[in-house]
Design a protein around this ligand. Structure first.
Ligand SMILES: Nc1ncnc2c1ncn2[C@@H]1O[C@H](COP(=O)(O)OP(=O)(O)OP(=O)(O)O)[C@@H](O)[C@H]1O
Length: 337
């Protein structure tokens, strides 16, 4: 299946880099929502904006698709200034996913997903094919769900439809504003996993707003930590951010759990493994691609002090609880280098 949507004439859009250059927004009542923000987002990367409530995250996002007009500065997508584009045309090249999805209640799932392709004048057959393809991609069988209305879906399913709709016309850029926050914790985890799976298949330059640090760490290639007026406090990979908070604000923001959270962004050190026998008889096993969190979790679940690490050729070594601590310490040194 061609999940990129690049099968039809004129449908091809590669992911595009985004640059925010001294971006500013002062609302008419004088509120300075965004003081001056500069940020570069690489093509195909997921950047997460995170920060306290009211710090300007949504304002930044909504300036990128011109739902809000900037008061100053520039936004460049693929080198072209966003403010030079027609806002309606622009929005057709940008997928937008919001908290409560905003599906049209009186339209079927099929019609909702086909919204932008219809506006772009695609023929019916092509729209139908693309809709089926996307529904499958987000894990909803078209036979079962295409004819339903939004009120006949669960919150998580609605979110999936919203995501399919955002991807329908193969946008260059995806903007996601708290996309999973209206969903219960279990479905939220599932949707996050789904997002990770999808983004491996469809690489879109994505800006995702959240106030959930776990989510930021799980989904972001890079995280921008903002304080009031969208002041950039640190822009770093999840591993760097947790190992080396750039200042007191970020240190307070990531909080005391950052040591634990680092487990989930640090891979098992293949070079630092012990002989397999040191794990002891019946030790739990984890794949070499696992993180320290998964390895440590397997130890705790089995009540053991070590795991056997396996790759496709078989067992490649043992990792103990003490090794986990050493690996974390050396990963912190690496990320400082
Ligand atoms: N239309 C508006 N007029 C005046 N002030 C506004 C307007 N919209 C938002 N603001 C203010 O701008 C600031 C930034 O709001 P914004 O919604 O961008 O923050 P946020 O970081 O996304 O917040 P949250 O995490 O709570 O959703 C806030 O102080 C908010 O009150």
């Amino acid at each position: 299946m061609d999940v990129t949507g690049n099968h039809g004439a004129n449908a091809k859009h590669d992911a595009a880099p985004i640059a925010l250059d001294r971006l500013r927004k002062v609302y008419p009542d004088g509120t300075v929502a965004v003081g001056e923000l500069s940020l570069e987002i690489g093509s195909g990367e997921v950047t997460v904006l995170i920060g306290p409530s009211g710090c300007g995250k949504s304002t930044v996002l909504r300036m990128v698709n011109r739902l809000i007009e900037p008061s100053g500065g520039r936004i460049l997508i693929d080198g072209a200034e966003v403010t030079a584009a027609d806002p309606v045309q622009l929005r057709r090249t940008i997928g937008y996913v919001i908290q409560n999805v905003g599906l049209f209640p009186h339209q079927t799932v099929r019609a909702n997903v086909g919204t932008v392709p219809r506006m772009l004048g695609w023929d019916r057959r092509r729209i139908a094919e693309r809709t089926d393809e996307l529904l499958e991609l987000v894990g909803l069988s078209p036979e079962q769900y295409a004819g339903r209305y939004p009120h006949e879906l669960s919150g998580g399913q609605r979110q999936r439809v919203g995501f399919a709709r955002a991807l329908a016309a193969d946008p260059k850029v995806l903007l996601m504003d708290e996309p999973f926050s209206a969903v219960d914790p279990i479905n939220r985890g599932r949707l996050q996993d789904e997002f990770l799976r999808l983004r491996a298949a469809v690489r879109k330059t994505t800006i995702l707003v959240t106030h959930d640090l776990q989510e930021a760490i799980k989904l972001g290639d890079r995280i921008a930590v903002l304080s009031d007026h969208a002041q950039l406090q640190q822009y770093a990979t999840p591993a760097e951010l947790l190992a080396r908070p750039g200042n007191d604000f970020v240190e307070r923001f990531v909080g005391e759990d950052r040591g634990i959270m680092r487990l989930s962004v640090t891979p098992i050190p293949r070079d630092g493994l012990r002989p397999v026998a040191e794990a002891g008889e019946g030790a739990p096993e984890v794949p070499a691609s696992a993180t320290l969190r998964e390895a440590f979790g397997a130890m705790l679940a089995a009540g053991r002090g070590a795991v056997v690490v396996r790759d496709t050729d078989g067992a490649i070594g043992a990792l103990t609880a003490a090794d986990v601590q050493v690996a974390l310490a050396s990963a912190a040194v690496d990320s400082a280098a």
